[in-house]
Design a binder for this molecule. Sequence first.
Ligand code: ZN
Length: 307
Amino acid sequence: MNSMRRFGGRVGIGILACGLAMIWAASAMAAEKDGTLRIICFGAHPDDAEFKAGGVAAKWAALGHKVKFVSVTNGDIGHWQMAGGPLARRRASEVKDAAKLLGIETQVLDIHDGELEPTLENRRTITRLIRDWKADVVMSHRPNDYHPDHRYTGVLVQDAAFMVTVPFFCPDTPPLTDNPVFFYYSDRFRKPNPFTADVIVDIDDVWDKKMAAVHSLPSQVYEGGASGSKEFVAAIPDDEEGRLAWAQKLHGARNAAVANTFRDALVQWYGPQRGNKVQYAEAFEVCEYGRQPGTEELKKLFPFFAP
Ligand SMILES: [Zn+2]
């Protein structure tokens, strides 16, 4: 189909462009005026964003900023014993509970777990989600990761990093006038390059909130998800208190490892006194494809550090 027919002729384009420009300008001004940050975090499965950014999300939310988690797949093969629609429904309900505890919004896309591909259709979906949220900050996995869904979530978000600003890519959804800053979650993968902690956040003060969110994902935490087994489940305490203590140990070790691995970055952001004391942390790397922030802008986007 030629472009004249697609857009209904030159006059049509003029009116459309004019109207959209006014709406875009108005929405950009509204965002600037009240100073609220808008953050959207993509995870491949209904648990990834909660594990990687649950702490920082709780901190942003507590300050009145708007956070949304998006699971790009529905997680419908993420269990050793159940699958399909019932598991997808169960996991959507789990992340809803987690979101309530963190004070954020959440959405699960209905794409099969284990089958995510970096298609044009999916690039459009991610682009529209970032635009609709009017995001200042976007987070996702790095594109080198053990799980194909994690890798392609990273690729899809990278593919959207420039396109969110391009007016006639998905012209049905107003583009962002300011390109957001894109970040990657921390991971342990070293090839082709290891993760760099460009920003690191002390989450000790929201640790209980993060753990409450983790605790609300039993299919993954206490049943082991796709890697679980009868033996795994048998080894988990039955009572709520025992289960939470068990989860604290595992996730405490993970977030303590982030703090200890990137201790130098903690000291750099918080100074030696506090930086050396932090027990649990979440770290993020700036993606090269969105807006490139300096230290001052990073402090505005992560308003948790002393001025
Ligand atoms: Zn995952």
